[in-house]
Write a protein that binds this ligand. Structure first.
Ligand code: TEU
Length: 555
């Protein structure tokens, strides 16, 4: 038995429901535009497609949409290599369409969040092109990290940093006179040169980019790779670091906070409730919550929860740690199970080891998708009953799994090439959504059109159309849970109280009478005393909660 005390967390900083702001408890749906809906029939998703599906999202019961980058880009990293931060890539549509989309979403009561990538741009960005054309030491080059190489003829990179996508973090350029020249830093692909945030022009430019989108009515900015912007300008080698966490030369440097304080002043100067959301992957939770101090970001993604295995003690402790860490800064926690960078959770939960780490996706590891789906149903009710905001990655409401057998020649993620063809990368969670029909492209594109990544035939039963109205479907479970969640005032507060339960059962109370119970044990269990069963992820078995199932109760 776990006792009440050992897992009791109550926050006195709780916001009363009446005072809560939209982002403190919102259900936010992530639209990966190229895979959401294809409006012009070319096999790639676009804004016209997304606009047609806004009604679907409103009916689902979400409160905001985060759009992955939609800007002009050579697409070396699916749009995270931006050539112009103030326009829309023609593959996706036009700026006028984006403006119309923002307006239409607002009419349906849906907030809009755009994705801004401040750590790096595309090598096609005019600033980088100008830097290539300019001389070493020029102001144009100072907007990036250009350095001479090491070795007798500068043939070695300036330091030993590696790219997050594999291979060195430096690429050597050819100078205008045709000679081998300086090297430039790219923490991701070579097509993604890192900005030099020590240069005030970079700071001014991004504040102007934020204004550009805030002026167009967006309600939030998702900040890509938010902890990486500032570099130690001595560009010291990593190799000699006694401890990878101590004074890292480009992860989580103190100077990054000043940038977000300036951004916060900027968003606060706008009418309405505009927010900053950080993509902050940091193992150190205290360092993580520094980004959420009252004068910095409003929220950040909680990746500890995403990586947590399907084990009761671990689930409880990650929830406890999350709530405890967020309480002093007053920021709402967020709960994320999947996104465009990670293996879909149906697949993760069907594996023997259900934990996840970004450093090793373990693609190809056997997964029992029936089991994974069952657990994915159970975790929905847990996630949506927690205090804070919840993110839903497109397709998780359909129970989509990771597509692990995409033909190698179609893989687009730069990780595939950069890893020397050992890591198939993230394409398997980016396959286009099945909307209707009996075969690919399942209404994503017109019949007969090849989608940018092929959908598996086995998704036939997972399309929106085939699940809609089926009370046993994942889609209807999401819809039901989202609608209950938005009405339930107990879920809008900050407190969570653990209730006594068997060791492998997770049970907590919200408000006066809302109870969530999840059975992670290997036997069906009795439900705690209750007046009403609000919803369960699976039908009860003789009144008991089945294995890998969860329920919401009125106590
Ligand atoms: O991701 C930042 C990041 O460091 C990881 O999520 C990264 O994708 C992973 O470690 C690779 O194994 C953001 C975006 O979410 C991601 O899609 C982009 O590729 C990346 O930034 C570069 O812009």
């Amino acid at each position: 038995m776990t006792t009440l005390d050992s897992h009791s967390v109550e926050s006195s900083t709780g916001t009363s429901p009446s005072k809560s702001r939209w982002w403190q408890g919102a259900a936010i749906y992530q639209v990966y535009v190229r895979s959401f809906a294809d409006g012009n029939g070319d096999g790639t998703g676009d804004l016209t497609g997304a606009r047609k599906k806004l009604r679907y999202l409103a009916d689902l019961g979400i409160e905001a949409i985060w759009f992955n980058p939609w800007y002009p880009s050579p697409m070396a990293d699916a749009g995270y290599d931006i050539a112009d931060y103030r326009d829309i890539d023609p593959v996706f549509g036009t700026l006028a369409q984006a403006e119309a989309l923002i307006g239409e979403a607002h009419e349906l009561g849906i907030k809009v969040i755009v994705d801004v990538v401040p750590n790096h741009c595309s090598d096609a960005h005019p600033w980088f092109q100008a830097a290539l054309a300019a001389r070493p030491g020029s102001p144009q080059r100072d907007l990036f990290w250009f350095r001479p190489g090491r070795g007798e003829n500068g043939e070695l990179p300036p330091n030993d940093w590696n790219s997050i996508f594999g291979g060195p973090a430096w690429t050597r350029i050819t100078e205008r006179d045709g000679t081998p020249g300086e090297w430039y830093l790219h923490l991701f692909a070579p097509e993604q040169p890192d900005f030099n945030w020590d240069n005030p022009r970079v700071r001014e430019e991004f504040e102007d980019i934020l204004r550009f989108w805030l002026d167009r009515g967006v309600d939030g900015i998702r900040i890509d790779s938010a902890a990486l912007l500032v570099k130690d300008s001595s560009l010291t080698d990593l190799g000699g670091q006694p401890d990878a966490l101590a004074r890292h030369p480009f992860v989580d440097l103190d100077g990054v906070h000043e940038i977000y304080r300036a951004w916060r002043r900027l968003t606060d100067s706008y009418a309405g409730d505009r927010i900053l959301i950080g993509e902050v992957w940091l193992p150190d939770r205290e360092r993580f919550t520094r980004y959420l101090r009252p004068d910095e970001l409003h929220t950040a993604f909680n990746f500890d929860f995403l990586g947590c295995p399907w084990q009761a003690d671990r689930v409880r402790s990650v929830i406890d740690a999350t709530l405890a860490d967020h309480a002093p800064v007053g920021a709402p926690p967020t709960w994320v199970l999947s996104n465009h960078d990670v293996v879909r959770h149906v697949t993760r939960y069907g594996r023997i080891d259900t934990s996840f780490s970004m450093n090793d996706r373990r693609l190809g590891e056997p997964s029992d998708l029936t089991l994974g789906t069952r657990r994915a149903r159970a975790v929905v009710l847990v996630t949506m009953a927690l205090p804070g905001a919840v993110y839903i990655y497109q397709g998780e409401e359909l129970g989509l799994w990771e597509v692990e057998d995409l033909p190698a020649e179609l893989l687009q993620d730069p990780i595939w090439v950069r890893s020397g063809y050992t890591d198939r990368g993230r394409d398997g969670c980016r396959v286009p959504i099945p909307w209707d029909g009996d075969e690919p492209p399942f209404g994503f594109s017109p019949p007969g059109v090849a989608t940018w990544l092929p959908q598996p035939h086995s998704w036939k039963g997972l399309s929106v159309d085939s699940q809609a109205g089926d009370p046993g479907s994942m889609l209807e479970l999401y819809r039901k849970a989202l609608h209950i969640r938005s009405r339930e005032t107990s879920l809008r507060t900050r407190e969570l109280r653990w209730l006594p339960s068997a060791e492998d059962v997770v049970t907590f109370k919200r408000g006066n009478d809302f109870v969530c119970v999840a059975n992670l044990s290997s036997n069906p269990v009795e439900l705690p005393p209750h007046r009403e069963l609000i919803v369960s992820s699976l039908p009860l078995e003789n009144g008991r909660l089945p294995v890998d199932a969860s329920a919401w109760l009125r106590s």
